[in-house]
Every structure is written in structure tokens, then in C-alpha cells.
Write a protein that binds this ligand. Structure first.
Ligand code: ADE
Length: 246
């Protein structure tokens, strides 16, 4: 996959995308990350990327021309299938695991990093850009949001994660919170690892994990339960948890 990022702070990239799973994906050529300085697509002496809002109000709005010129340059340099253009914004659709999976099959993404109080509406209109939010809070800029998006998508690319099971588990991830995990030592500061995990009884372990994942989700993210794809066993565990009998 190719990913082009357009930002006024190109120096903050690759940042965390240089290490771990994403760093290795880039070394192996699974992910081709390119970073563009938005100011290189300005025409004035001051290399301005923002201006005052029409209609008044506080703050500055990012100008449309540099973003549009940047995306045109990126498209011209890669005349293949048109890329999916994304714009980081607190007004965007919330990034989910399902959306990360949908983006991971695209060969080419362009991520535009918003800043200041907003981006001229015509950027999204003219480029057919989809606005993406990483959560219901406001960041000063979209660079960290772009990194979050690229990490979420990049780890799903075939070959990015070595452990096949951890990728396989992804097919259901996002439906429920994960179950609690433990590693050695079996006891630490008086706290023992749940007995069942040491039992070697695979079916009992699987059931314990299903119950704990459901318990956590019910407690911390009850709204996720309504959307989750649950099998008969999970539905029965859920019924018991709701009755307080599990
Ligand atoms: N820019 C500012 N806040 C953001 C958010 N929550 N998600 C994506 N981009 C943003």
C-alpha cells in the first residue's frame, strides 16, 4: 500500500511509524509512506496555508488551493487507480476497526492533515475526501490522528504482523473488548493468574476468555454489545452475566 501524507509539519513523520510493526512493514516494502509539506504548494511569499474565516469568527481556516494542488501532484506522480483521499477532522466519521479493514484493501491512501479551526469546505468537496475523526475530542491538529489511522490500517496489511493468529483474531476484533491477558510469573505481589489459564484445558480457557471479554464489554462499553456478532454460546454467557450469575 502507498500512503501519502500532506501536512504543515512534515518533520513529525515518520515518528512512531518508524518503529515496530509499521517500521518493519515499511522496510519490507509492504507500506510505502511519503510525506509532503503543504507549504510547498503555496504561491505567495509567506507560504500561507491559512486565512481568516468568511462570515467572521475566531481563528483561521486552512486555504483550499494548497491541499488541492498537493493532491493533484500526488495523483499526477502515480497515474494508477485514483487514491482514497482522507481528511483528518473532529467533524469526520469515527474511525473504527471495520473502517480500518475497509481502508486496508485500498492500494493508495492520501491523508490530509487539518489544522487550526478548520479546513475550507471545498477541499473535501473538490477532492471527494472523506473526513475521518479518531475520537470525540479535539486535537490541535490532524498529524497524530493521521498516524493513528496509518497504524490501524498498516498493521492489517498482509505480511505486516508475523503472528497469523493475531491477524485472524482481528476478523472479530472491534466487536468486543479483548479478554484479560497474563504472562509469567504465575503469581506477582500476591496476585495469581486465573487458575483456568494454567490448566491446559483449551475449551475451558476459550469459554473463560469469552466470558471475560463479554463481562468487560458489558461493564465498560455496553453500547458495543448491541452491535456485536455473537454466537449462541456468547448469547447464553451474556444472559448469565446480565442475571449476575456468571
Ligand atoms: N483533528 C483535530 N481533532 C481531531 C480528531 N479528533 N480526529 C481527527 N482529526 C482531528
Amino acid at each position: 500500500m502507498r500512503v501519502d501524507v500532506v501536512t504543515i509539519f512534515p518533520e513529525v513523520f515518520p515518528g512512531p511509524l518508524a518503529v515496530g510493526v509499521l517500521g518493519r512493514a515499511r522496510e519490507r516494502g509492504i507500506l510505502d509512506l511519503r510525506v509532503w509539506d503543504l507549504r510547498d504548494f503555496t504561491a505567495d511569499r509567506h507560504r500561507s496555508v491559512d486565512d481568516i474565516p468568511y462570515g467572521g469568527g475566531a481563528g483561521m481556516v486552512m486555504k483550499p488551493e494548497p491541499f488541492v494542488l498537493a493532491v493533484e501532484a500526488i495523483r499526477a506522480a502515480d497515474p494508477g487507480a485514483p487514491p482514497a483521499v482522507l481528511l483528518t477532522s473532529p467533524q469526520g466519521r469515527l474511525l473504527t476497526q471495520a473502517q480500518a479493514r475497509a481502508l486496508a484493501v485500498r492500494p493508495h491512501l492520501v491523508v490530509l492533515c487539518g489544522r487550526y479551526e478548520g479546513v475550507d469546505e471545498r477541499v473535501a468537496e473538490l477532492l471527494g475526501a472523506e473526513e475521518i475523526s479518531i475520537g470525540d475530542y479535539v486535537l490541535p491538529g490532524g498529524e497524530v490522528a493521521a498516524m493513528v489511522l496509518i497504524e490501524a490500517v498498516g498493521r492489517l496489511l498482509p505480511g505486516a504482523v508475523g503472528d497469523a493468529e493475531s491477524v485472524a483474531r482481528d476478523s472479530f476484533s472491534g466487536d468486543l473488548l479483548d479478554y484479560p491477558q497474563y504472562t509469567r510469573p504465575a503469581e506477582f505481589r500476591g496476585r495469581a493468574v486465573p487458575e483456568v489459564l494454567l490448566s491446559g484445558h483449551h475449551d475451558a480457557i476459550r469459554r473463560w476468555r469469552a466470558r471475560e471479554a463479554l463481562r468487560r464489554t458489558l461493564l465498560r462499553r455496553p453500547e458495543m454489545i448491541d452491535e456485536a456478532r455473537l454466537d449462541d454460546e456468547a448469547r447464553e454467557i451474556l444472559r448469565q452475566l446480565r442475571q449476575g450469575s456468571a
